[in-house]
Design a binder for this molecule. Structure first.
Ligand SMILES: Nc1ncnc2c1ncn2[C@@H]1O[C@H](COP(=O)(O)OP(=O)(O)O)[C@@H](O)[C@H]1O
Ligand SMILES: [Mg+2]
Length: 254
């Protein structure tokens, strides 16, 4: 459904007048309904990958196709959530969610109804009329997720969406995203937290340090809910940490 073929991304570093290669030779495909995570060290091009799939940037080489169509810019078939929820501060939670719907031509009453539906899905029905500054970090991320889900995109692109939350809120949101998305949405989830990737994903791609290359591709077969299998989660964590660690010295696996 989403195919990424031989992607390379090189930036021009203005100060030093030299080229910086962020991603090298990235190829993978994602099937509909698959939950895939990417883990890798800071600077390995994870956010760049999200920007390319979202259509905010163009690859230097290679092609990205969604349903066979070349991605040439942003579109409502892809929904993006970043680490910091970029909510409009002058709109309520409900209005923030309805905003995109109305932009896409949804009628006012229908937009308000759908916004409320997604707010309740996130457990925030009592906060429909609250402004972003009245919400906690976790609540803001819930609104950001609701806003994207309400547009019913084919692919969800999540770039460390829980990265700035405390560990309890983080666990709650991991469970929420699993219940809403697993086997229902196609998700690309970026994280540098290996345990989070294991709790959430059907498949985990491991990136090397810059330039990001895929140095591991794992199908995680732990039964769900995964928190009920802490031993298996720990074993997978050791395996992935070893993989990340041994490869950060530049030894690529065969
Ligand atoms: N717009 C840009 N211009 C120049 N360099 C960039 C730009 N965006 C990212 N980079 C560089 O590309 C590399 C990968 O960045 P990024 O994708 O943000 O990594 P990650 O999300 O894995 O931490 C970094 O070295 C970063 O400095
Ligand atoms: Mg990043």
């Amino acid at each position: 459904m989403l195919s990424i073929v031989n992607i390379e991304k090189t930036f021009q570093n203005r100060q030093e007048q030299k080229l910086l290669q962020a991603l090298k030779d990235i190829s993978f495909t994602m099937a509909a309904g698959e939950f895939t995570s990417v883990v890798g060290p800071s600077g390995s091009g994870k956010t760049t990958l999200i920007n390319l799939i979202a259509g905010f940037q163009r690859p230097t080489r290679g092609a990205i196709r969604l349903q066979g169509r070349l991605i040439q810019g942003p579109g409502p078939d892809r929904g993006v959530v970043f680490q910091e929820a970029a909510l409009f501060p002058w709109l309520t939670a409900r209005e923030n969610i309805a905003f995109g719907l109305l932009n896409l031509g949804c009628k006012n009453a229908e937009g308000r109804r759908r916004a409320l539906h997604y707010l309740s899905l996130m457990g925030l029905e009592d906060y429909a009329n609250s402004y972003p500054h009245e919400l906690s970090g976790g609540m803001k991320q819930r609104v950001a997720l609701a806003r994207v889900l309400a547009l019913n995109p084919r692919v969800l692109l999540l770039d460390e969406p829980f990265g700035s939350l405390d560990s309890q809120t983080r666990c709650e949101l991991q469970d929420l995203i699993t219940s809403i998305c697993w086997r229902q949405k196609t998700v690309l989830f970026i994280t540098h937290d290996v345990e989070e990737a294991i709790i959430l994903s059907d498949r985990i791609l491991v990136f090397s340090p810059r330039p990001g290359q895929i140095i591991g591709d794992f199908q995680v077969n732990i039964p769900r809910p995964r928190r009920n299998h802490p031993g298996a989660v720990q074993a997978w964590e050791n395996k992935l940490q070893n993989h990340l660690g041994s490869n950060s010295q530049g030894q690529l696996p065969v």
